[in-house]
Design a protein around this ligand. Structure first.
Ligand code: PRT
Ligand code: ZN
Length: 225
């Protein structure tokens, strides 16, 4: 296989999905030598290049066909898909399967002293989030108007800092909400890590390699069930 026909897989460089993503590929028999300083790692035993990037960049890289496969949280995929559909830019990709890590939920949460009945309690209030598109879709489906407070990080401190009345953020154990005097009121999206493929038509040998990787992933995930 020439350089251009090597399979490109994007994974998170450093974060909650990195270790598990690498582990999964290794357990599929792909051998990598990771140099922390390098964006790309070439597999030693298969025509595969690994791109290690920010998780937020992965859906776009796949949807634009820059890489062939990506491992990403469904929350980030969903957010990018809605964003691109709104902008009219390419938003298509194929979700090959959910994986068995990265479980979390995107939830609404409010300060402990907030008297919350249902989502309508947030009517006209300000909600801090890093997921404005998923939040907007949910609130629109309920017919609720609210104000955005877009934060890429530290969302959980927004109410205490007087920036917002409530938040919409990822939760896994709930410890972060508790530590910040907040309680979870509604789950608006449930997420796992997943593997996605670009909609590009692949040459036969590359598609055969994708099929091989996917069938190994299926076997690895099934063995753990
Ligand atoms: O640098 P880069 O942009 O690549 O990474 P990032 O900081 O944007 O993402 P990262 O590494 O924090 O998370 C990557 C993905 O892991 C997310 O998109 C989710 O799909 C998944 N994931 C699973 C989580 C969590 N669990 C999680 N608990 N992502 C974030 N959190 C955060 C949450 O935002 C909150 O601050 O953990 C805190 C809550 O955790 P608990 O356990 O206290 O409830
Ligand atoms: Zn990110």
């Amino acid at each position: 296989m020439s350089e251009s026909t090597r399979l490109r897989i994007a994974i998170q460089k450093s974060g909650r999905l990195s270790k598990e993503s690498l582990k999964l590929l290794k357990s599929c028999g792909v051998k990598f030598n990771i140099n922390e300083q390098r964006l790309i790692a070439h597999a030693d035993n298969m025509p595969i290049d690994l791109l290690r990037v920010r998780d937020d960049d992965i859906p776009g890289l796949v949807m634009d066909g820059v890489v062939d496969l990506g491992i990403i949280g469904e929350n980030v995929l969903e957010e990018e898909q809605i964003e691109r559909q709104t902008l009219g830019t390419p938003a298509e990709c194929i979700k090959l399967r959910e994986l068995d890590f990265g479980a979390c939920r995107l939830s609404l949460a409010v300060p402990n002293e907030f008297s919350y009945q249902d989502a309508r309690s947030l009517e006209g209030l300000r909600i801090a989030t890093s997921y404005p598109n998923i939040l907007r879709r949910y609130m629109q489906s309920k017919g609720i108007t609210y104000n955005d407070c877009m934060l890429k990080g530290s969302v959980e401190v927004a109410p205490r800092a007087g920036l917002a009345d409530g938040i919409c953020d990822l939760v896994s154990t709930g410890a972060t909400l508790e530590a910040n005097g907040l309680y979870e009121t509604e789950v608006i999206y449930e997420s796992m890590a997943c593997i996605i493929q670009s909609t590009n038509t692949q040459p036969d040998d590359k598609q055969a390699l994708i099929n091989k990787i996917l069938s190994r992933i299926n076997a690895v995930v099934r063995a753990k069930e």
